[in-house]
Design a protein around this ligand. Structure first.
Ligand SMILES: CC[C@H](C(=O)O)C(=O)SCCNC(=O)CCNC(=O)[C@H](O)C(C)(C)COP(=O)(O)OP(=O)(O)OC[C@H]1O[C@@H](n2cnc3c(N)ncnc32)[C@H](O)[C@@H]1OP(=O)(O)O
Length: 322
């Protein structure tokens, strides 16, 4: 299991002093002098973090050896092509709020999923909460300078929209396994997944309206696609707490777990019941099928699977049952 640790970003060779950028004002005003890649680059957030002052109280030269208090933990299961890979948002002390470093690690996790191509990616949170959105303390410190510069917010929004679009667009079927709260950016992460599983006490809440900001990770647009324009407008305008019943009614929740089962356990069992032996190559074609722009695209996808080993095996199996 790879724990891509937030501390890793603090592990800087003692010889290299922590690169310090002048305060955000000059960042905003001297764009031509800003570090390479900060502007006009989807992953400029990653670059920006390398040039931000170390968070208050962090000794830039400290070599952090203990496991990070917050990280994105990627479980690659039985390896590339496995039936299920898992991502756990591991920051229970802050209800799995995403620090800027974790947002970078989430990009690494999505890239690994694209590369290793599991059939399913189950995303869940540690400690009975899914995700409470951006870590407001760290965001305030790192990307909300007193001069009201908007650069940091724009960089985070572009980074997270870029990452969540890649999650949604990759061939792996993603499932948000929601126990407890999916709030703010956590709700936006949940809507970027193909399916949502909720345990009985789970709730989804776009709190952005109460935070004086709109959705910034692509979640508003995706929400309207899922629940319809009117329901999305109601959820966003009032920051409504959507419980399991309401989520099921609005199509925002695909499965509800029994009382005594976590959402991740429920969906993993369901997947393994449906695919008892191995992953099926067909699973990773379904998103392309439903997104096909023409019959020709769907016929071509069908043709790629016809008379191939998995297809031949299943036909033989079906005929031998007769
Ligand atoms: C586009 C993204 C968007 C943006 O950037 O604008 C955002 O995501 S902004 C963040 C939006 N999220 C929130 O406002 C959620 C705030 N948290 C809560 O409403 C609750 O914590 C909840 C419902 C998630 C859980 O409530 P519960 O009573 O179970 O726990 P506590 O409230 O006591 O929280 C425990 C502990 O966690 C800290 N915490 C919780 N959420 C965050 C967060 N988003 N950022 C930083 N820290 C968070 C909370 O302060 C407590 O810490 P403690 O030191 O124990 O007081």
């Amino acid at each position: 299991m790879l724990a891509v640790s937030a501390a890793a970003r603090l592990l800087r060779p003692r010889s290299l002093p922590w690169p310090r950028l002048p305060p955000a004002r000059s960042l905003a005003l001297d764009r031509r002098k800003s570090p390479p890649g900060i502007y006009g680059n989807p992953s400029k957030f990653r670059t920006m973090l390398d040039f931000l002052p170390a968070p208050a109280g962090t000794d830039p030269d400290a070599i952090v050896t203990s496991p990070a208090a917050s990280s994105i933990v990627y479980d690659g299961g039985s390896g590339p092509g496995a039936l299920i890979h898992k991502v756990e948002i591991m920051a229970p002390a802050s209800k799995n709020a995403l620090t800027p470093d974790m947002m970078v690690e989430l990009e690494d996790a999505v890239k690994r999923c694209e590369k290793e191509a599991p059939s399913f990616l189950v995303i869940t949170g540690a400690g009975g909460t899914f995700c409470s959105g951006a870590n407001i303390r760290m965001a305030k410190e790192a990307i909300m300078p007193d001069d009201q510069s908007t650069d940091g917010g724009q960089a985070m929004a572009e980074h997270m929209t870029f990452v969540l679009n890649r999650l949604r667009d990759c061939s792996t079927i993603s499932v948000a396994a929601i126990d407890g709260a999916a709030y703010g950016g956590g709700a936006e992460l949940a809507t970027a997944c193909d399916f949502r599983v909720m345990s009985p006490g789970a709730r989804i809440k776009h709190v952005q309206s109460k935070m004086g900001v709109t959705t910034g990770w692509g979640g508003g647009r995706r929400l309207a696609e899922i629940v319809g324009r009117r329901n999305a407008l109601r959820m966003l305008t009032f920051g409504e707490t959507v419980d399991v019943d309401m989520a099921v009614r609005w199509g925002l929740c695909d499965y509800v777990t029994p009382e005594d089962e976590t959402a991740a356990t429920f969906i993993e069992n369901l997947i393994r019941e449906e695919f008892p032996r191995t992953a099926s190559p067909v699973t990773r074609s379904w998103k392309a099928v439903v997104d096909a722009k023409s019959e020709r695209e769907e016929i071509d996808l069908f043709t790629t699977h016809w008379n191939q080993p998995a297809h031949r095996f299943r036909f033989d199996e079906a005929m031998n049952k007769k």
